[in-house]
Design a protein around this ligand. Structure first.
Ligand code: ZN
Length: 314
């Protein structure tokens, strides 16, 4: 990441408007001559367990993270198996920037004006609620409006696979976005009811929250279904999206939306690097150096499809 001290101070000042980060940053001072990269590494990492602990302790559903004016515009229960549950509060600006990240994912995957994207996922997945202002009226421009696409959504529960196949058959979307745990039941349904899936769609995009389909499973499903499968990474607590590029097969991300780095985690398995995310746009609900579950390394820029994008190997 390209950071200067002014930038870091601004981020800390802003994040400290939330009680959660005020506590985390207590006592941290940027010295006048501090080396930005050294100081950045002193900023404590944030773990999922801390968010959960804060919700339990404070009885605040937002875990003392909300620092927007007034009350949030919209609230989503997050797709983590924690007790208590985590909630994501967003204001209009954060919702719009988050949708911009999805628009870039769609664009990188080749969706263009007039194309249809089908989604087989829950309504509380960002892949659904950021897709179109028809699904989320508070959203001015979803990914679909941003690109001039159409979208159709099917609820992300495995027993809805039959209906997902009907969407493929009758709508013939260019891409079908599938929740990872629906992939196997969908594949069974496709094998029973569709001959040659490639006649009905170009590719499947498989996504999960803080988890990626393994390369081995990806290849196994590609062989089984006879068409490309791309992986899309969600890290919902950090409002992060990155998608596998059809050209270089790395995950692409965007420096103006996210700071990404990798660190070793002594609490887990030393020697492995994990993806750490700072969100630049969600000022109402700050995320600074969130340590995800994703093992990853950073690759250089320079993909011919979109040369300026950050790239992540995971
Ligand atoms: Zn690429």
């Amino acid at each position: 990441m390209n950071l200067d001290l002014r930038h870091i101070r601004r981020l800390m000042k802003h994040a400290s408007r939330s009680a959660f980060f005020r506590k985390k940053f207590a006592g941290l001072k940027t010295g006048k001559n501090a080396e930005p990269a050294d100081f950045w590494r002193k900023l404590p990492l944030t773990r999922l367990e801390e968010f959960v602990g804060e919700v339990a302790e404070s009885h605040d559903p937002y875990g003392s993270r909300w620092c927007g004016p007034g009350t949030p515009l919209i609230l989503f229960q997050l797709d983590y198996d924690t007790a208590p549950s985590l909630y994501l509060p967003l204001d209009r600006r954060a919702l719009q920037s988050y949708a911009e990240a999805l628009r870039r994912c769609w664009s990188l995957l080749g969706l263009q004006k007039g194309d249809v994207a089908a989604i087989f996922d829950y309504g509380t997945s960002p892949l659904s609620y950021l897709a179109s202002s028809a699904f989320t009226p508070y959203l001015k421009r979803g990914a679909a409006e941003g690109l001039g696409c159409w979208t159709v959504c099917n609820d992300g529960i495995a027993s809805m696979s039959q209906r997902a196949v009907e969407i493929l058959k009758f709508v013939r979307p260019r891409l079908l976005f599938v929740r990872a745990d629906c992939l196997e039941p969908l594949a069974v349904e496709i094998e029973t009811r569709l001959r040659r899936l490639s006649r009905f769609t170009e590719a499947l995009v498989v996504s999960d929250n803080e988890c990626l389909l393994s390369r081995a499973d990806q290849q196994r499903f590609e062989r089984r279904l006879g068409l490309p499968i791309y992986r899309l990474l969600r890290v919902d607590v950090a409002m992060f999206l990155a998608t596998e590029c059809p050209e270089c097969h790395l995950l692409h991300s965007w420096e103006d939306l996210y700071g990404v780095e990798t660190v070793e985690d002594d609490h887990r398995d030393p020697g492995n690097l994990y993806l750490v995310i700072t969100n630049w746009f969600a000022r109402c609900c700050p995320t600074v150096r969130y340590l995800s579950q994703i093992r990853a390394s950073l690759a250089g820029r320079g993909c011919p499809r979109s040369p300026g994008d950050l790239r992540i190997a995971a």
